[in-house]
Design a protein around this ligand. Structure first.
Ligand code: CA
Length: 223
């Protein structure tokens, strides 16, 4: 599941990015309203966490603009304001939910899951051979047997599964799953892939995660 955070408070962004990544989501973020609107419109995200007080364009404006242009991605508004009027306004503009700061991350995570479930099962399950990756439940299985994956392992497998057949560069994996700068040391990726293979491939005859020399990795069913 791909999640977009539009929020200008650095501390909050960092905490949310880390929390959602550990829970197995791929996360991108924007600090400014105008930048956030462009990303939210791209269709690349399954859920948007939207702060209301933002520089350039505020959250109300972004939400109204998204819905006006027919973008139906679930949106959870995040704000310090706590008045009934604001809640009503957010919901009228097409927000799916509303979380008031300060909040516990667990609460936001629970609401994110609910909003994603409501968003429907479209594209929620990816199958490659006997591997099944269920993005809504954040679970994966092979031959119907559940794989015991950490949140980060699930995010890594999820990225490979969504882009199945498409070789991914280490740097891109690092950026998407770890939020690391694209030029950082990518050794951590190789270690993570080795661990993931130990769970996803090694116990089975048919291996699905392949090394693409000079590039990175690809998930596909090779004859
Ligand atoms: Ca703010």
């Amino acid at each position: 599941m791909r999640l977009l955070i539009i929020e200008d408070e650095e501390k909050t962004v960092t905490a949310l990015e880390q929390g959602f990544r550990e829970a197995g989501y791929e996360v991108a973020s924007a600090r400014r309203g105008d930048e956030g609107l462009v990303l939210a419109r791209s269709g690349d995200f399954d859920l948007v966490v939207l702060d209301i007080m933002l520089p350039r364009r505020d959250g109300w404006d972004i939400l109204a603009e998204l819905r006006r242009s027919g973008v139906r991605v679930p949106v959870i508004c995040l704000t310090a304001r706590d008045s009934v009027e604001d809640r009503v306004r957010g919901l009228e503009l097409g927000a799916d939910d509303y979380v008031v700061k300060p909040f516990a991350f667990a609460e936001l995570l629970a609401r994110a899951r609910t909003a994603l479930r409501r968003g429907g099962p479209e594209g929620a399950v990816v199958r490659v051979a006997d591997l099944e990756v269920d993005f809504l439940r954040q679970r994966a299985s092979r031959q119907g047997r559940p794989l015991e994956l950490t949140g980060r392992e699930f995010a890594l497998l999820g990225l490979l599964a969504r882009r199945r057949g498409d070789p991914l560069e280490r740097r891109e994996i690092a950026a998407q799953v770890w939020g690391m700068p694209r030029d950082s040391d990518s050794n951590v990726i190789d270690v993570a892939i080795r661990r993931l293979r130990g769970k996803v491939d090694d116990p089975f005859d048919r291996h699905l995660i392949h090394t693409v020399r000079g590039v990175g990795y690809v998930l596909e069913d090779r004859p």
